[in-house]
Design a protein around this ligand. Structure first.
Ligand code: NI
Length: 139
């Protein structure tokens, strides 16, 4: 078929190279899903993952024995609740929650958040319930 003649192996190689180094448009990626508290994997580097997640409402109290977590807000805002205080994270701000520290994200309105954490991090940490996501979709 003539169609195959249009794509040389070199072009196909470039295509895949572009995917590998592909830019990620956050707004577009966030528009591709609507579930809350269901992180999607947008990138991986050095054993760490870049995850996109939408929060709305309260999550579950949990901690992570071995992982620190970064939460970077790209749209909206949410409260990061700790046992002794609450910190509001606004658009353009981030917070790092150290390992071992109990926390609970709580968003009055939907918020778009980028997570940066080791690939082994389970969203509900030491807790397993209906909000636990073991297998994350790539986006
Ligand atoms: Ni956590």
């Amino acid at each position: 078929m003539k169609l195959f003649g249009l794509v040389s192996p070199a072009t196909a190689g470039l295509f895949f190279l572009n995917l590998w180094h592909g830019k990620k448009y956050l707004a577009e990626k966030f528009s591709q899903f609507s579930e809350h508290y269901s992180p999607k994997v947008a990138g991986e580097l050095n054993g760490q993952m870049v995850k996109l997640v939408k929060f709305k409402g309260p999550f579950v109290w949990h901690h992570h024995d071995n992982e620190d977590e970064l939460f970077y807000v790209v749209k909206g805002n949410f409260d990061m609740e700790f046992r002794d205080r609450t910190v509001t994270i606004n658009e353009g701000e981030f917070i790092i929650v150290p390992r071992g520290v109990e926390h609970r994200p709580n968003a009055k309105e939907e918020v778009h958040v980028v997570l940066f954490e080791p690939g082994t991090t389970l969203n509900t940490g030491n807790v397993k319930n209906e909000m636990t996501k073991e297998k994350l979709e790539k986006i």
